[in-house]
Structure formats: structure tokens, C-alpha cells
Write a protein that binds this ligand. Structure first.
Ligand code: P6P
Length: 335
């Protein structure tokens, strides 16, 4: 594979494949540059005033970490002046952020979890930024939260940046999934993998096992069979991973396969799940499907779900096709 820069990839997508119009190319470049700034803050750790709590709460009622707030501000400031966006939405903000009148408004909507996996910040475990791009539909004046309430299949682009041993940007424009690793000597994003494919089978599952007693029967059946190993109905041993950073778990699955589950459970039965549909599940589902995997809530394709609220939650089962199909089948038969 030829090691090209993100800029060259985007120019080629714009020029040769007319896959992306100039404003979308600018959007991706601005988000990628913002992720570099976030990586600098993340990498400072205890050397910078970036660890610990911000002593504020977000719309989810969760205590915000200082880096949550920093990452959110970096993304807002980087994206509001370029003329490519109409508005933004973030896990860290109650309502949408409309591009101020002093700047030109564009036709794209950007949604993001500015720093996913915040519980891992202070213990130096991989965290990441997740983003999703929608188009503003209709030619009405003004912009409201309703403009964001589109199913995931309407996404124009999606990706994440994982701040780990490497700083890696993973992106889809609807033409496969490609990875770009940050070259800190030049400051460039360099393509290090392209047209990634998730193996349809796996021996590795990711779930928070401490919630076992709260799961619905189909999930319990699926995990019990994995744990039964080669002497059980699956006829093979499984390995388990749980980073508690969705970005890190999904990156592993894109890199070597696997299945990730954060299902509905009985702890808060009124909530469909813990993860957020618009800026966690949908962008990850787009990436996983573009890489040949599946992403459902156990019953329905995640990208078909029509959202009713900006911060709504969803159960998530994603990754290697044959494993997700098995979990879906157990839900269909009521396990
Ligand atoms: P738990 C991080 O807070 C997150 O939103 C995802 O990144 C991660 O997969 C999940 O929650 C971890 O949740 O309940 O295991 O801490």
C-alpha cells in the first residue's frame, strides 16, 4: 500500500472519485487537525493541567473530566469559522451549537463524543474522539435539533481518533475504512491501512462481565456458550477483552476481528442501553459495516434506527458478521 497523507487521500477522493465535495473535504481536514490538538493535550497527562474532574456535569448527568471539556472546546473552535457546518452536537453539550452568524453557514452537521472513555484518562489507558457527519436536509431557514434526527444510514462520513500507543485516525466516506497514523515528526496523518475488512468469524468477545446478572436471556445464552469453550456448543475456546473505551475496543475489532456488546440490561429497564446512538453507535456502525461487519441492537440494524432525541441511547452488538448474526438469532428466538 502506498503511504499517502490524509490530505492526498482526500484530494484524490474529491478530484478523481468526486466522492466528496470541497466542504466535506475541509470538514474532515479540520476535524483531523482538531484531533491532533486534542492528542497534544491528552499526551501531556500530569505534566499539564488536564487530568482530573472539571467539577461540572454533562447532559448525561456524568461528572465531566477536564479533558472532556478541553476536547469539546477544541472541536467547537476548530469547526465554527470554516463555512462547512450549519451546526454541531456533542455528548458534552445539552443542546446543539449553531454556527454563529458572524461566520458563513454550511450544509453539514457534525456530531461528536469529544473524548470517549473518560474513565480511562487518569489511568493512562487509550481514549478517543468519535465523530459523525450528516447533511442538513431541506432548504428551510435556520437549524434546530430536529435537523440532526436522521438515521445512521444518512451519514456522509464517520470516524474516530484513538489516543493510544499510536495516535490513529480511522475514517470512512462510504468507500471503505482507512487508517491514518499521526507522524509526530512531520505532523502529518499517514495512511497505514486501507479498505479494512473485519473477519466474519472470531474467538474474541468484548463485554462488561460485571453486568452478567442484569442481561437479557439472549445475551446470557450467547456469552455462556462462548465461556463453555471447545467442550461447549461453539466447539472453540474464546478470549475476552474489555477496555471500557469503545474506541479502543472497536479499533481492536477493525484490526483483528471480534464482537463488542453493550446490550440493554435490567439495571435501568427504561433505557434502551448505555451508549449514545447519534455520536457513538451510529459512527461506529458505519465504520463496522463499511469493513464488512454488522452493527445491531440485537434486533434491528443500528443505522436504520430513526432517532427521536439527540442524546438517546441504544443497545449495541457489533463486529464480526457471523457472531452478530448469532446474537440477533438468539434475540429473535427469545433465547
Ligand atoms: P462501562 C465510556 O464511558 C463508554 O461510553 C464507552 O466508551 C465504553 O465502551 C463504555 O462506556 C464502558 O462502560 O459500564 O463498562 O464502564
Amino acid at each position: 500500500m502506498k503511504r499517502i497523507s490524509l490530505t492526498q487521500y482526500l484530494v484524490e477522493q474529491q478530484r478523481e472519485h468526486s466522492r466528496i465535495p470541497p466542504p466535506l473535504r475541509l470538514l474532515i481536514e479540520v476535524v483531523a487537525r482538531a484531533c491532533k490538538h486534542i492528542a497534544i493535550s491528552v499526551n501531556k497527562g500530569a505534566l499539564g493541567d488536564v487530568l482530573g474532574s472539571a467539577d461540572t456535569e454533562n447532559v448525561q448527568g456524568e461528572v465531566q473530566k477536564k479533558l472532556d471539556v478541553i476536547a469539546n472546546e477544541v472541536l467547537i473552535e476548530a469547526n465554527e469559522w470554516g463555512g462547512h457546518l450549519a451546526a454541531m452536537a456533542s455528548e458534552e453539550m445539552d443542546s446543539i451549537h449553531i454556527v454563529p452568524n458572524r461566520y458563513p453557514q454550511g450544509e453539514y452537521l457534525l456530531l461528536f463524543d469529544p473524548l470517549d472513555g473518560s474513565s480511562n484518562i487518569d489511568v493512562n489507558v487509550s481514549i478517543g474522539t468519535i465523530f459523525s457527519v450528516l447533511r442538513k436536509v431541506g432548504h428551510h431557514q435556520g437549524i434546530s435539533e430536529d435537523d440532526f434526527l436522521q438515521p445512521g444510514k444518512a451519514q456522509a462520513a464517520a470516524g474516530y481518533c484513538v489516543y493510544g500507543p499510536q495516535t490513529t485516525l480511522v475514517l470512512t466516506l462510504g468507500d471503505g475504512v482507512h487508517m491514518f497514523t499521526l507522524d509526530r515528526e512531520t505532523g502529518s496523518w499517514v495512511m497505514t491501512a486501507n479498505h479494512i475488512q473485519i473477519p466474519h468469524d472470531t474467538k474474541e468477545f468484548a463485554i462488561n462481565m460485571s453486568n452478567l446478572r442484569h442481561w437479557a436471556r439472549p445475551v446470557r445464552k450467547y456469552i455462556d456458550e462462548c465461556l463453555a469453550g471447545k467442550d461447549g456448543p461453539r466447539g472453540k475456546d474464546f478470549n475476552m477483552r474489555w477496555v471500557a473505551s469503545m474506541v479502543a475496543d472497536v479499533h481492536r475489532i477493525l484490526t483483528r476481528g471480534g464482537v463488542f456488546l453493550y446490550p440493554w440490561d435490567q439495571r435501568e429497564p427504561a433505557k434502551p442501553g448505555k451508549l449514545r446512538l447519534m455520536y457513538e453507535a451510529n459512527p461506529m456502525a458505519f465504520l463496522v459495516e463499511q469493513a464488512g461487519g454488522l452493527a445491531t441492537n440485537g434486533q434491528q440494524r443500528i443505522m436504520d434506527i430513526v432517532p427521536t432525541k439527540l442524546h438517546e441511547r441504544v443497545g449495541v452488538v457489533l463486529g464480526s458478521r457471523h457472531e452478530v448474526e448469532r446474537v440477533n438469532a438468539y434475540h429473535a428466538e427469545g433465547a
